[in-house]
Write a protein that binds this ligand. Sequence first.
Ligand code: KIV
Length: 266
Amino acid sequence: MNDTLTVTVPVLRDYKQREEKIACLTVYDATFAEVLQGAGVEILLVGDSLGMVIQGHSTTVPVTLEDMVYHTRCVGRVVKRSLLVVDLPFGSYASPRQAVESGARLLRSGAGMVKLEGGRGRQEVVRALVSEGIPVCGHLGLLPQSIHRIGSYSVQAKSPQASQHLLEDACLLVEAGIDLLVLECIPATLAEAVTAEISVPTIGIGAGAGCDGQVLVLYDMLGLGRGSPPRFVRNFLADAGDIREAVVSYVRAVKEGSFPGTEHAY
Ligand code: KIV
């Protein structure tokens, strides 16, 4: 991202067409947001992972809309060029009406796009958000808000049937109007197939190098994750002089395609 560019939905589509990789990181406060934006990170994600890395919960489920509004305001005050994507937290988008109310609050707080988890069952919610002018990022594969149903943070869509189902979900979300799609913890070959099939950019986490962009939880890529890091994480601070340099090195690695390597994929 150059110094004059403001990242918008059409700009992201352009990146996909030009096959320029998109760098994304999570962020929860103003100081880190300035560092990330200064390093050229195109998408800043106020993820509900804040429930785990900031609040100390063991899942993202306890995070409230108030929590997301607070962190969106903190980040939103300093974001000028990057696109600010914000998670709709668990229980805040159960109906189209509730989703629009929640999404509108996040946009008023500084978000440029909201993210929600789930496939075909979310089509009506996506349509309602988009028709109110609220851009939407989908999220398929491992869905942390459903952890009590799925049981563990493991690789998803491994069977041919589950892969086909996920590919169809991606197409149905695009048809409903999403402008971006996060793919979490799925086989690299499947992420590549989804990326080739759909017109909107894909952002992978534990989904291999074939996505249009990559995202990591900021604290994980700085080696500060709680517990042992998942396979798809690389500690960029280990070989850098400071945090700014670590973020610059992450952006460079994503852009040149050296991260993620095959050792980070499933
Ligand atoms: O909440 C979050 O940080 C996320 C990313 C891991 C994609 O959804």
